[in-house]
Design a protein around this ligand. Sequence first.
Ligand code: HEC
Length: 243
Amino acid sequence: MSPFDPRMMLKELPPAFVWIGLLTLSLILVPPAIILRARAVPTESRRIHIIQNMDNQPKYVDQQENILFEDRRSMRPQIPGTISRSQMVSDTHYFLGTVDGEFAADFPEQVHIDEALLKRGRIEFEIYCLPCHGVKGAGDGVIHERAMVLLNAGTNGTTWVQPKNLHEEAIADQPVGQIFWSISNGIRNMAGYASQIRVEDRWAIVAWVKALQYSQNAPAERVPGADALPVRTKVEPGEEDAS
Ligand code: HEC
């Protein structure tokens, strides 16, 4: 055996070194063993959650019990004979879009129809309505397109009602109060937006919907510089572009 044989070198080490080495090696294996066990074995106790970041807060969530009250409900019913501010509708024209129980034909007096209102209406329409009704309100938004893809693929039994084309005669003829009502309360398959969109912004959207409807039938003389505008003809796939 050569003097550099590892077995020879090991023999020359003081035996305590060998034992300490073996002990360290086995101790090193303990933490991974604990971690593996913690990951694999189910336990009744809660997870260790060192950094709280306000993840757990003392509070009541919906329908939770609260022993402070006799009926143990943390969601308190309205006190009889009171109404909340949001339930107080003194001006039905502005808040509901109705006058004497009929849909209002005109905008309420608080709503000033000017360019700023239309701009606001456009922004809000493009946030809340465009995804379904499309940029022009023709009922062809991206959500509709996606739904059609899923529907045609038969994915998970998808069913879908097409968002209305807002230029349909039946909708173009509606009084402004009715459109306001549909936005606020929803209509058939469409959900209402009263909780997301403020009253004044809902009226701005109504104004923009009216502007969109007008834009589809505007006579050329009402469009400044109409003659100078390029005429775009729709080219179907396979057809030649005439321009
Ligand atoms: C999630 C998709 C979706 C969004 C977002 C949406 N709509 Fe609709 N909308 C629909 C569908 C679907 C219908 C047709 C409902 C039906 O016929 O059952 C509809 C119908 C309508 C109608 C027709 C009402 C009538 O009298 O027939 C109007 C007006 C309308 N939407 C306006 C809006 C406006 C304004 C917004 C934005 C605030 C909006 N919608 C947002 C899906 C949507």
